[in-house]
Unconditional design. Structure first.
Length: 317
């Protein structure tokens, strides 16, 4: 068994990562890190957690444990400042380690911690011990577009995510009165995932995110001009993937099928009037967009079965 610890368990990404580690056949949970819950039993996070789990300790205490893998589910500043121990796999679910250019990282995150290996397993398998887990929007856009990148010069990405993507911290924009029965574009032309998408694609992207009145799930609709046979290219790219499914013609991706899972669905269409290729990707922002992908990256770094511990089966209504 490989020993694991999680820093920042109290947040959504931390709890989702914990759920996958607990169900993982090759990972043993050693420590639960949370500054807000330190000293309390695991059930303080969720009553479904029983007394067999370790008591919460501070993130600093959890980081000192002798483990094989650390999952950083911290905010951007804390993750950027983390001093990674030698000979340990560290998967960072925050953002600052994703950007390779220091000036760009400083512009968008206010810090320049240096890039870690960008780990989107189907497209950019992680290398080495220090892994930057992609953003949720970036994951969906890149899954849709990277296989086509050699045949396009730009892309438009219209994306929508559930409110859990905003994190657990209280803010006016995520109050029920602001979210329910509403659809809100935000950070228009100024979202942190835009430079991440452009960096990995190698071309300019117009990206507009929206907040959906649902708890979880993310759908990105991408528009490009290409002469490539997009469906064939995407089907070939993901033919061997247990995580990413390219749907049959005329079948559209849906949030309901990916919510609560670590899978991604891709639909490919062509607009008859303009010839625009439309690629749609649906995934769970907390699954393939965060915790599920973090575990997938850890599996690869540790030499484990790539899909171990992931939620990929079932046909729940």
């Amino acid at each position: 068994m490989q020993r694991a610890t999680i820093l920042g368990c109290a947040g959504y990404a931390g709890q989702e990562t914990l759920d996958r580690v607990l169900g993982h056949p090759e990972l043993e949970l050693v420590a639960l890190g949370s500054d807000s819950l330190a000293g309390r039993a695991a059930g303080a996070l969720d009553p479904r957690l029983n007394g067999s789990l370790p008591t919460f300790v501070t993130n600093a205490e959890a980081a000192r444990e002798d483990v094989d893998v650390i999952f950083l589910c911290l905010d951007n500043d804390a993750a950027a400042a983390f001093d990674a121990p030698a000979d340990t796999v560290v998967v960072d679910l925050a953002g600052a380690h994703r950007l390779t250019d220091d000036a760009t990282a400083n512009t968008w995150y206010g810090t320049t911690p240096g890039p870690w290996s960008y780990g989107l397993p189907e497209l950019f398998p992680p290398e080495g011990l220090l892994i930057a887990n992609p953003g949720c929007y970036a994951t969906a856009a890149l899954l849709a577009l990277v296989p086509l990148a050699g045949s396009i010069s730009s892309a438009v990405v219209d994306a929508k995510s559930g409110v859990s993507g905003a994190g657990k911290s209280l803010k006016a924009s995520s109050h029920a009165g602001s979210v329910l029965e509403n659809l809100t574009p935000y950070a228009v032309g100024a979202h942190r995932h835009a430079p991440e998408i452009a960096q990995q694609l190698g071309l300019p992207v117009c990206f507009v995110p929206h907040l959906l009145p649902v708890r979880r799930g993310l759908l990105a609709t991408c528009y490009v001009q290409t002469d490539a046979e997009a469906r064939t290219v995407l089907e070939d790219a993901y033919a061997a993937s247990p995580v990413v499914r390219v749907l049959p013609e005329d079948v559209t991706p849906e949030l309901a099928r990916v919510q609560g899972t670590d899978a991604a669905e891709i639909g490919v269409f062509t607009d008859g009037e303009t010839g625009t290729t439309i690629v749609i990707c649906a995934l769970d922002n907390l699954g393939k967009g965060a915790a599920g992908q973090a575990v997938q990256n850890a599996n690869l770094a540790l030499g484990l079965e790539p899909a171990a511990g992931l939620r990929l089966t079932g046909v729940l209504v």
